[in-house]
Write a protein that binds this ligand. Structure first.
Ligand code: FES
Length: 321
């Protein structure tokens, strides 16, 4: 799958419709063995073979890290996306065999924290479900504030409230309920860490509010994966491999590199981890940087690109790959 990320063969043993947008998938080892251990906040990359196209999408593990007989993920359907979520919703059946990566954690809990303040938006709830199971088992202090568009789309809210009681607070957009970030962040005991996973606007708002309230960076954690955007097709030359590849409208540059049989590193596939950073040899056109990794200076220099999410519009782009 990539240097440093191993593959696992799994069987799909359960698919559950959670609401009109979200389905939950359970994976187990086909031979009944336990799956590799993981910690709350981990994700796996799910490989989807759709004709000639291979898509690889990251999904947070939401099952308890204390229980590795199976993994569960939730997939929110994106009708405007590149097709990965639609493939999972419409094509995957119970009994199918799939390939996933071993778990990688880029959103781990800081176990030195005296309290964990978890802020979720929409499908961003999933890593917290695993983390809360881990925190509960260790007796750690935590609370969850979970915002969603409506009660009907508030995936897993009922079971979380039933399990964790008043440590769970729910907010619904359609009832004009909003998390009071200022009040919440200013009223926490010393040693609290805050974690946020959700839409980009929510992550930015929490980071800004934490900065204004004087929180230090090391106590603010966020999961900022992006779905690779679609865009105009483009051509790229891979200098070390000596080949020129086409990147289609629905494909990421990373997927096109992989489809050409060239190994390329990755961890998050969402523009957040830095693992896929690739040097640009020459560029005649516009780089469409969509990542959260490169600094403004690096973007201005035009010497690097993150192929998991970024694209190109122009006549020639040559990469050191
Ligand atoms: S794989 Fe993480 S930034 Fe590209």
């Amino acid at each position: 799958m990539s240097a440093g990320v191993k593959k696992l063969d799994v069987a799909v043993t359960e698919i559950t419709e959670i609401n009109s947008l979200v389905k939950r998938f359970r994976f187990e080892s086909p031979n009944g063995h336990a799956l590799p251990t993981f910690s709350g906040g981990s994700h796996v990359v799910v490989e989807m073979h759709d004709g000639d196209i291979v898509r690889r999408n990251p999904y947070s593990l939401m099952s308890s890290p204390l229980e590795t007989a199976s993994y569960t993920i939730s997939v929110r359907r994106d009708d405007e996306g590149r097709g990965g979520s639609l493939f999972m919703h419409n094509r995957v059946k119970v009994g199918d065999r799939m390939t996933i990566s071993t778990p990688v954690n880029l959103f781990g809990l800081d176990l030195r924290a005296r309290k964990h303040l978890l802020l979720a938006g929409g499908i961003g709830i999933t890593p917290f479900i695993a983390q809360m199971a881990q925190l509960q088992a260790s007796g750690a202090a935590f609370e969850l504030h979970y915002s969603s568009r409506s009660a009907a789309l508030s995936s897993y809210a009922d079971v979380l409230q039933a399990t964790y009681g008043d440590r769970v607070s729910l907010y619904r957009d359609d009832q004009d309920q909003m998390i009071d970030l200022k009040g919440l962040l200013s009223g926490q005991p010393l040693g609290t860490h805050v974690y946020v996973c959700g839409p980009e606007g929510m992550i930015n708002a929490v980071r800004q509010a934490a900065e204004q309230a004087g929180w230090s960076d090391h106590a603010v954690h966020f999961e900022h994966f992006l779905a690779p955007p679609t865009g105009k097709p483009f051509q790229v030359h891979l200098e070390r491999s000596g080949i020129t590849i086409e990147v289609s409208a629905q494909q990421s540059l990373l997927e096109a590199i992989e489809a050409a049989g060239v190994d390329a590193p990755f961890l998050c596939r969402g523009g957040a981890c830095g693992q896929c950073e690739t040097a640009i040899v020459s560029c005649d056109g516009t780089l469409e940087h969509n990542d959260h990794w490169l600094s403004d200076e690096e973007r201005a220099a035009g010497s690097k690109i993150m192929p998991c999410v970024s694209r190109f519009d122009g006549s020639t782009l040559t990469l050191d790959r």
